[in-house]
Design a protein around this ligand. Structure first.
Ligand code: MGD
Ligand code: MGD
Ligand code: MO
Length: 830
């Protein structure tokens, strides 16, 4: 059966989504550059011989939802008509598609798409633009940037590389992307998003630099699986069935969360905890573990630094202290310098003498002399015991709200009923005390030996492709052999406004003039929106490269329309829990005047006078990116990837820490930091007493029920991630709103009663930083004094204000981590 173009326009793409999209836009006023018409949607280069037949191309779903599904993109007569899950024969459990993946056709043909380059004509943020040509847009950017570079140097321009597209050619995220290459060639600064940091920091401090996650293949062997402060039912949908499979295979499923949600409903046991008090809960569990003697002493002696001895200057007692000179070891691949071999000393119980850890028969945890050869020492293990001794299950219970018997039950579970797998993600990360929470949970895993053994350890999904360290073209010389400038300084998010406003940092001039954002919507996604907006209002020149009219796009001086993922070739390289590289075919021609990001980065680089650094095709760049030991071992090349579409990294281990071998030179997990090195320097004072022993706890700043600020602002607010969006992406897919229609604030029934609020009432949440007006909904699963606002709506979708205005911008003293859930508000019924 053949069909005409007009038939297809009526039916091929969803007319309903246009209507829904148009309704949204009407409410917000018309947005320039994204008209809700089908203009420009006529099939491109329709091949009459293929009329009516469906072609299936390969698609990589690649917003940063940490899943990254492999999709089939079905194309008929030059239009994308549907998407389905792609086949992964080797491991079918990685096959998946969620409502977001299924709704791509509506994204491709959405009314919110940017259609052509634009120049701002109204106030910043007003969204008033005029249409310009690509030539004009690129010329204006190059002229402005050349002038800034001449007058103020290359660091007068900063890039924000977002997580909107986790692919190598078009992506922002710095995994050797073309955008990162452009930044490096220009010597421009990079603004760090500073999010999801504490989890990774704690892992690398304690386990060493390497991926430590346990693959789903091992899950069925666990006796217990704990979902601790993460939300797989919503945020890790592809993994949820794996949790349930493991449960069916006999694992007990426990959820520790501040609210009753889907994960809880599927669990055998729910442990509700007060916000950001999980660290205190761990102290309570550990105090019971120690009281019962359930610590895994054998594991602690053999696989951790618990038996090490700390001198008065906070460094370890080493053999050189005892007169055995250090020697040179093999060259460190990372630093290029020889390693120094100067083993740490332990007390050997077998010989009752000080020995290098590697030679001791039985490294002692207790009964160690207070002084060894004139050095006063404190064993790490005794300091851990001392920290725990300040707590009892009773004290922990008062702090975290978990009944004493449940704390004891958790102690038995970790201490006696292993192997335990602990599932974590970013829920605990979003508080001011996040780093201490993760440190203490990892300490629990180490003390009870629930890591580095079969079916024990941390799960956060599976592995990743594992070559994201590939540098691609980064630092490659140009075709003429010139060296790139190298990257400019990193700017911590929290420092950005100060730099823009004062034009200095730590008392030294920092003339930052221009910001270039691609693949990110910083207005909605970074903390303290009103400060973000001030930065965007005060910066001299803002360039935004986008697919849709996001909140950030509204502030751009020059707005560059990027095409949808399926309109250009790319490779998904950032993978988290998907150990496959995914090749993305170009399924259709770019719509309107949109261009692939790859082309835009190249156009800008060339206009800036760096054409010789951009003398490559897509194939060249992907090939260079694949020039890594892992890809070579797997035999993956550009050609093979185009053929197979997906490629697994078989070098990844299912349980990377198996055998208790951690990613440090001595192979042992750490509890003690000899030298405290903050991750950022904004002149902050550091209280080192909190940081040496990685077992410390303090409450969150505002989410703490006892915080003085709670007298003025009695409720804390979290914003869980939404089912139907990935961050702010998919905002323009009208029919997703059938599920999550508009911003809501979820209240506990008691709180609602106290506030006189009923279902559907309009409420305003506010604090000193901002305010948001939305609809109230009442849910018995919601924790008292904690409001939940599923987040990701654009400003124009709120009744008034914006959810993102109420958070604060400060970081913990050593960790550069944004705190999205650590915010208190007062509530007003309107
Ligand atoms: N659909 C969808 N999926 C996504 C995303 C999305 O926007 N939409 N975003 C992706 C990204 S980049 C990320 S980082 C991940 C985030 O993935 P998750 O960390 O799994 O997601 P969150 O929605 O932040 O869920 C946090 C969970 O922690 C709980 N929680 C909050 N505070 C506490 C606390 O103090 N203690 C305990 N024990 N629990 C607490 C919340 O109630 C919630 O259940 O999701 C990814 N996947
Ligand atoms: N309140 C609160 N804020 C949060 C969080 C929270 O839990 N609560 N979570 C935080 C976390 S964990 C994360 S990871 C961040 C995510 O923050 P962002 O990385 O800013 O996330 P997105 O909303 O996905 O924004 C991506 C933008 O890129 C655009 N885009 C998509 N594909 C392309 C492309 O191919 N090319 C170009 N040029 N643009 C493209 C999209 O249209 C979208 O506007 O948000 C953080 N913000
Ligand atoms: Mo994230």
């Amino acid at each position: 059966m053949t069909e005409t173009t007009s038939d297809k326009n009526n039916r091929g793409f969803t007319r309903r989504s246009f209507i829904a999209g148009a309704a949204t836009l009407t409410a917000a006023g018309a947005l320039s550059g994204c008209s809700a018409t089908a203009k420009g949607l006529a099939p491109h280069a329709a091949d009459s011989s293929k009329a009516g037949t469906e072609e299936i191309l390969s698609g990589a779903c690649r917003s940063q939802c940490i899943q990254g599904c492999y999709l089939n993109v079905h194309v008929r007569d030059g239009q994308i008509v549907r998407t389905t899950a792609g086949r992964i024969e080797e491991e079918p459990f990685f096959e998946h598609i969620c409502p977001k993946g299924l709704s791509h056709p509506a994204r491709v043909y959405s009314a919110g798409r940017l259609q052509y380059p634009m120049r701002r004509v109204g106030e910043r943020g007003a969204g008033e633009f005029e249409r310009i040509s690509w030539d004009e847009a690129i010329k204006e950017i190059a002229e402005k940037w050349k002038n800034y570079r001449e007058e103020f140097g290359p660091e007068s321009i900063a890039f924000f590389m977002g997580s909107g597209n986790t692919a190598v050619l078009g992506g922002g995220t710095a995994d050797g992307s073309v955008m990162q290459h452009l930044q490096t060639v220009m010597g421009a600064c990079s603004v760090l998003p500073d999010r999801d940091i504490a989890f990774q920091s704690a892992m690398s401090k304690m386990f060493g630099p390497g991926g430590a996650f346990v693959s789903p293949k091992e899950w069925s062997g666990a006796n217990h699986i704990v979902i601790w402060g993460c939300n797989p039912a919503v945020s890790c949908k592809r993994m949820m069935h794996l949790y349930l499979d493991a449960k069916e295979a006999g694992a007990q499923l426990t959820t520790i969360d501040i609210q009753y949600n889907t994960n809880v409903a599927k669990s055998d046991w729910y442990v509700p905890v007060y916000p950001a008090t999980d660290g205190a809960l761990v102290f309570g569990i550990l105090s019971e573990v120690i009281a019962q003697g359930w610590q895994d002493s054998e594991f602690l002696r053999a696989h951790t630094e618990a038996p090490f001895l700390v001198k008065e200057d906070n460094t370890f007692l080493r053999m050189s202290d005892l007169g055995v000179p250090a020697t040179e070891g093999p060259v460190n691949a990372m630093t290029g310098k020889p390693t120094v071999i100067d083993p740490e000393v332990v007390w050997d119980e077998a010989t009752r003498s000080a020995k290098p850890y590697s030679e001791a028969e039985m490294p002692a945890l207790e009964g160690i002399p207070e002084e060894i050869e004139g050095f006063r020492i404190r064993p790490v293990w005794s300091m851990i015991l001392e920290a725990i001794s300040a707590w009892t299950p009773e004290r922990a219970s008062e702090t975290c709200g978990v009944p004493v018997e449940d704390i004891k039950r958790l102690a038995r579970m970790y201490g006696q009923e292993g192997p335990v797998l602990t599932g974590m993600n970013q829920g605990l990360n979003h508080y001011f005390n996040a780093i201490y929470t993760y440190d203490s949970i990892f300490t629990l895993l180490l003390i009870t030996g629930n890591i580095g053994k079969p079916s024990a350890g941390v799960i956060s999904g599976g592995g990743s492709f594992g070559i994201s360290n590939s540098k691609g073209c980064i630092n490659q010389p140009s075709s003429k052999g010139e060296k790139p400038a190298g990257p400019g300084r990193n700017i911590n998010w929290t420092a950005l406004y100060g730099i823009v406003h004062d034009q200095e940092l730590l008392g030294k001039p920092f003339p930052l003039k221009s910001l270039y954002c691609s693949c990110t919507n910083i207005v909605s996604n970074q903390t303290e929106q009103n400060e973000t907006i001030k930065s965007l209002q005060e910066i001299e020149f803002l360039v935004v490269q986008e697919m849709t009219m996001s909140d950030t796009a509204l502030y751009a001086d020059i707005l560059l329309p990027a095409c949808h993922w399926f309109e250009c070739e790319d490779v998904r390289v950032r993978s988290y829990n998907m150990p496959y590289l995914l090749y993305n075919d170009k399924a259709i021609e770019p719509l309107y005047e949109s261009k692939p990001d790859f082309d835009i980065y190249k156009m800008i680089g060339t206009a800036m006078g760096f054409g010789d650094f951009f003398d490559f095709t897509e194939k060249d760049y992907i090939s260079l990116w694949l020039d890594s030991p892992v890809a070579k071992k797997e035999g993956v090349t550009y050609e093979s990837l185009r053929e197979t579409k997906i490629a697994r990294n078989h070098q990844l281990k299912d349980n990377p820490l198996l055998g208790g071998k951690f990613f440090f030179q001595n192979g042992r997990a750490k509890f003690w930091t000899e030298k405290v090195v903050p991750e950022y320097n904004l002149g902050q004072k550091v209280d080192e007493s909190k940081e040496h022993l990685l077992l410390y706890w303090e409450p969150a700043r505002e989410a703490n029920l006892e915080a003085p600020i709670r007298k003025k602002y009695p409720y804390s607010v979290l914003g869980e991630h939404m089912r139907t969006r990935n961050h702010t992406q998919w905002w323009d897919v009208g029919y997703m709103k059938e599920y999550e229609r508009q911003p809501v604030a979820r209240f506990n029934p008691h709180d609602a009663k106290e506030l006189g609020i009923g279902e559907g009432d309009t409420v305003r949440l506010y604090n000193d930083r901002g305010s948001v007006t939305l609809l109230a909904t009442i849910n018995a699963g919601q924790a008292p004094k904690t409001i939940n606002c599923p987040r990701s709506f654009l400003t124009r979708e709120h009744i008034d204000g914006d959810f993102a205005t109420i958070s604060f911008n400060d970081y913990n003293q050593v960790t550069r981590n944004q705190c999205y859930f650590d915010q208190a508000v007062a509530v007003e019924k309107l």
